[in-house]
Design a protein around this ligand. Structure first.
Ligand SMILES: [Zn+2]
Ligand SMILES: [Zn+2]
Length: 110
């Protein structure tokens, strides 16, 4: 092939494409940065929610009055709402349904 048969490079077109690809690259870098930041925020939220979930799980079977001792069942109503200690401070009435407490039993959740 002779030199004069080679197609002439379209310089303005090449420059324009290069400019556009530079702009695209900058956009992508900015987007990656934003996604990285969003990812960090989500990771932080995930840690907070995991901790909250663990706390909720820990307190799932705890007394609704003192929030520290384990639940017992009040009989005959059968409500599992407060602990044995708190059940002795409710004047013999279930704090949930107001029926008389005749007996208190431990519960064993398996
Ligand atoms: Zn209690
Ligand atoms: Zn009750």
């Amino acid at each position: 092939m002779k030199t004069d048969e080679l197609p002439m490079p379209n310089l303005p077109e090449i420059r324009r494409e290069r400019r556009e690809s530079d702009i695209d690259r900058r956009h992508l870098i900015r987007e990656i940065d934003q996604l990285r930041r969003a990812n960090i925020e989500l990771a932080k939220k995930n840690v907070a929610l995991t901790t909250e979930n663990e706390d909720l799980e820990k307190n799932r079977f705890k007394c609704n009055t003192c929030f520290s001792q384990k639940l017992c069942v009040l009989l005959p109503c059968g409500h599992v709402y407060i602990c044995e200690t708190c059940s002795n401070k409710v004047n013999g009435k279930c704090p949930y349904c107001r029926s008389n407490i005749e007996a208190i039993k431990n519960v064993f959740i398996v």
